[in-house]
Design a protein around this ligand. Structure first.
Ligand code: NAD
Length: 442
């Protein structure tokens, strides 16, 4: 089977590589010439554990190809996936211009039956627009070529994307055509052998499923952060509360960690987009508006704690920052809480030296010399007033407190991800601020 994937970002590149790995002939298409030239040479533009090796092996086996020419890629393809970005527009809605541009291009170039699949996260009704865009181009060409549309939202998590794709909890496909359903079943068959389900539904439900999934996950995080803030006020400990509620099977223990807010390329924009969809349809999604508000506030929570310790005047102070990416195991900086923290602290006159195992290049691209960058976790602490942890990379979990004490001017740690045991920190002579737990001093 031959397929094309348009958009070679986190989703397109991982999906394409995983399909190739199970034997599908895949051509990945992107308009970014440099990205495609690099990929042809095996240079991978993003950090995703295991991806580079898999790309190399599939290029070598002649199953994975890269091109900027959609027309060539479409020849003999049974399926074309649209996996381009859907960033938020100014009013919060998903900007569909990239998706619809691709749909028009597909209409200009197909010569045979094909299933046009939206894999990007798109608002309800997008598949209809995709269908109309393809048809418009066919009409302009005066040709009568059959095609179907389908919605196949992607649920992979950056940092664990390959495993998520190869062993999905579920595959959701929205389509109204039996022919498209059969083709999608065949394409996904290799991923279903271990009992992972493929769930077929109508297209609007499939489009909605992706937004509902991300909205639910964002809600869990904001719920825990809201509870954490109350815990601090009333003297409770959110870690104990989490264990207490997580042991209830109806609640479950996953995704209920308090922290300095969610970021990334999905939750913030998808929550905004679904709120906008509701508004456009005359419905107010009150719960999700609160989820977003709580998250926006939560990204400032560490700054409040820093001011509690050092006062309002941070002019001339220096902070060592551990982590930059929005979560561990990715170099993605989109909507990262670190960006809000850095903006606020530098505005108040403080300087920051940061270390991140993989996101430093991406951070330099966004932040330039607004902050300094360190060689390793300890390098950024030399003469710093305090340590701030914003991303819970595994290598930050067991610091050498003796070295920390030597390097830092003050024995203070601000932990935005609750990765340390307060007892251990205090025994090592540090003051410790975390989320939803009492401030501890030696
Ligand atoms: P990305 O920004 O990493 O990649 C998008 C790619 O599309 C870029 O390489 C860009 O050059 C390319 N592109 C744009 N217009 C094009 C065109 N006309 N022709 C060819 N290529 C074009 O985006 P991403 O993070 O992979 O996300 C893609 C979609 O998948 C979004 O809708 C996102 O919400 C959704 N999604 C993302 C994730 C994730 O973890 N990143 C997970 C699930 C779903």
């Amino acid at each position: 089977m031959k397929i094309s994937i348009v958009g070679t970002g986190y989703v397109g590149l991982v999906s394409g590589t995983c399909f190739a790995d199970v034997g599908v002939n895949v051509t990945c298409v992107d308009i970014d010439k440099k990205k495609i030239e690099d990929l042809k040479k095996g240079i991978v533009p993003i950090y995703e554990p295991g991806l580079e090796t898999m790309i190399h092996s599939n290029i070598q086996k002649n199953r994975l190809f890269f091109t900027t020419e959609l027309k060539k890629a479409l020849v003999d393809s049974s399926v074309v996936f649209i996996a381009v970005g859907t960033p938020p527009d100014e009013d919060g809605s998903a900007d569909l211009k990239y998706v619809l541009n691709v749909a028009h291009e597909i209409g200009k170039h197909i010569n045979d039956y094909i299933v046009v699949v939206t894999k990007s996260t798109v608002p309800i009704g997008t598949a209809k627009k995709v269908k109309a865009a393809v048809q418009e181009e066919l009409d302009k060409r005066g040709v009568d070529i059959e095609f179907d549309v389908a919605s196949n939202p992607e649920f992979l998590k950056e940092g664990n994307a390959i495993d998520d794709f190869l062993k999905p909890d579920r595959i959701v496909v929205g389509t109204e055509s039996k022919r498209a359903e059969q083709i999608m079943s065949r394409l996904y068959k290799p991923f279903l052998l271990n009992g992972h389900p493929i769930i077929f539904m109508d297209i609007p439900s499939s489009e909605m499923t992706k937004y509902a999934a991300n909205s639910m996950l964002a809600t869990k995080i904001s719920f825990m952060n809201d509870m954490a803030n109350l815990c601090e006020i009333v003297g409770a400990d959110i870690t104990s509360v989490r264990k207490g509620i997580g042991s209830d099977a109806r609640i479950g223990n996953k995704f209920i960690y308090a922290g300095a807010g969610y970021g990334g390329s999905c939750f913030p924009k998808d929550v905004k987009a679904v709120i906008k969809t509701a508004k456009d349809n005359g419905y107010k999604l009150r719960l999700l508006q609160a989820v977003e508000d709580v998250n926006n506030d939560q990204k400032h929570v560490l700054v409040t704690k820093i001011k509690e310790e050092f006062g309002d005047n941070l002019e001339g102070m220096k902070f060592g920052l551990w982590g930059l990416s929005f979560k561990p195991k990715t170099d993605d900086m989109r909507e990262a809480p670190s960006l809000v923290l850095i903006e606020e602290l530098t505005k108040m006159g403080a300087s920051i030296k940061a270390y991140d195992p993989v996101a430093q290049e991406e951070a330099k691209r966004i932040l330039g010399d607004k902050i300094e960058y360190g060689q390793d976790p300890y390098d950024v602490l030399i003469d710093a007033d305090a340590l701030i942890v914003i991303t819970e990379w595994p290598e930050f979990r067991m610091p050498n407190f003796k070295v920390l004490e030597k390097l830092l001017k003050n024995n203070v740690i601000f932990d935005g991800r609750n990765i340390y045991d307060p007892k251990e920190i205090v025994e090592n002579g540090f003051s410790y601020y975390s989320i939803g737990r009492k401030v501890i001093r030696p």
